[in-house]
Ligand binder design. Structure first.
Ligand code: PGA
Length: 250
């Protein structure tokens, strides 16, 4: 019932030609978005040229947006301008932004509201660090990120947010969470949404896993009942590997 969603997070990688060559290579190969939704989150300066060349299925997302429409925010990305150039998604609250660029649950919440206001689809990241996992507070911490991020969203908005559960200790480390560890937390996130909203919203909302996902492990991760997709960093940089992951699911 929930359409699988595989998204690549390129982070601060690729010059323009590399970005466009990727799009040319995958455009005709990615499935219909009704079968598997696919997206690439690229650097801001490539958004427009990526959008112009996207095929009928692949969609493009920004790695960050500001929550204000315009004003004195040097270096930030206006959600209005991002929408205006045809971008579909906004990645919000990635752990690198939380750790290095002072993103908090409060700014994450404001950005999700801004995404809806300007017609962007929000993809909200959450996830614990190693110390929190070892302390045994993973569920509590991740659920509080979800609760705070979803503050004042209506049920109709909430069901459209995509949540990416990304344990920080598994990002870029080659150390994937086991599929049962990932399932356990994604299940808990869905239960949190059920408590906050309803069975209907909980069954509709899509939850991705992220953290060292690659062609060799995507199938097992996606086989978990509460995991509806993947947010992939390193393994999304090459067209071959991106397509391999998608083909593993078909
Ligand atoms: P990774 O990154 O797949 O390279 O671990 C995932 C992410 O940060 O979204």
């Amino acid at each position: 019932m929930r359409t699988p969603f595989i998204a690549g997070n390129w982070k601060m990688n690729k010059v323009r030609d590399e970005a466009l060559n990727f799009v040319y290579a995958v455009n005709e190969e990615v499935p219909e978005s009704t079968e598997i939704e696919t997206a690439i989150f690229c650097q801001a300066m490539h958004l427009r040229c990526m959008v112009k060349r996207q095929g009928k299925n692949l969609r493009i997302g920004a790695q960050n947006i500001h929550f204000e429409e315009k004003g004195a925010f040097t270096g930030e990305l206006s959600p209005l301008s991002v929408k205006d150039i045809g971008v579909t998604y906004a990645l919000i609250g990635h752990s690198e932004r939380r750790q290095m660029f002072n993103e908090t649950d409060e700014t994450v919440n404001k950005k999700i509201h801004a995404a809806f206001k300007y017609g962007l689809k929000p993809l909200m990241c959450c996830g614990e660090n190693l110390a929190q996992r070892e302390e045994g507070i993973t569920m509590e911490f991740v659920c509080s990120q979800v609760r705070n991020g979803f503050k004042d969203l209506t049920p109709l908005q909430a069901e459209k947010v995509v949540i990416a559960y990304e344990p920080i200790w598994a990002i870029g480390t080659g150390k994937t969470a086991t599929s049962s560890q990932a399932q356990e937390v994604c299940h808990e996130i869905r239960e949190e949404i059920r408590n906050l909203y309803s069975d209907e919203v909980a069954e509709k909302i899509r939850i991705q896993y992220g953290g060292s996902v690659k062609p060799a492990n995507i199938k097992e991760i996606m086989a978990q009942p509460d995991i509806d997709g993947a947010l992939v960093g390193g393994a999304s940089l090459e067209a071959d590997s991106f397509l391999k992951m998608i083909n593993e699911l078909r």
